[in-house]
Design a binder for this molecule. Structure first.
Ligand SMILES: [Zn+2]
Ligand SMILES: [Zn+2]
Length: 80
């Protein structure tokens, strides 16, 4: 998505992460992943919802999102 490179993206993305649409989607992803990190299986949390893809950001199919603990979430971003 070329849109992600625009200066408007990050402020909009931060606002989206505080929206009820995101909070709802986040709950669906957590439930699907049984409240466990999909990388290491940690079940203690706190969990981050990681974007596997930003292709449909703001209206992500649940397949584009995955649950990660904070340690694995950092690792996912360092790897990318
Ligand atoms: Zn983990
Ligand atoms: Zn992430």
């Amino acid at each position: 998505m070329t849109y992600i490179a625009s200066a408007d993206f990050w402020p909009m993305y931060r606002a989206y992460l505080a929206s009820s649409a995101w909070l709802h989607r986040r709950q669906l992803v957590l439930a699907r992943d049984r409240h466990q990190c999909t990388v290491c299986g940690d079940a203690a949390g706190p969990f981050h919802i990681h974007h596997v893809s930003y292709r449909a950001v703001f209206d992500e199919p649940l397949d584009d999102l995955t649950t990660a603990c904070s340690g694995c979430h950092s690792w996912l971003h360092m790897r990318a």
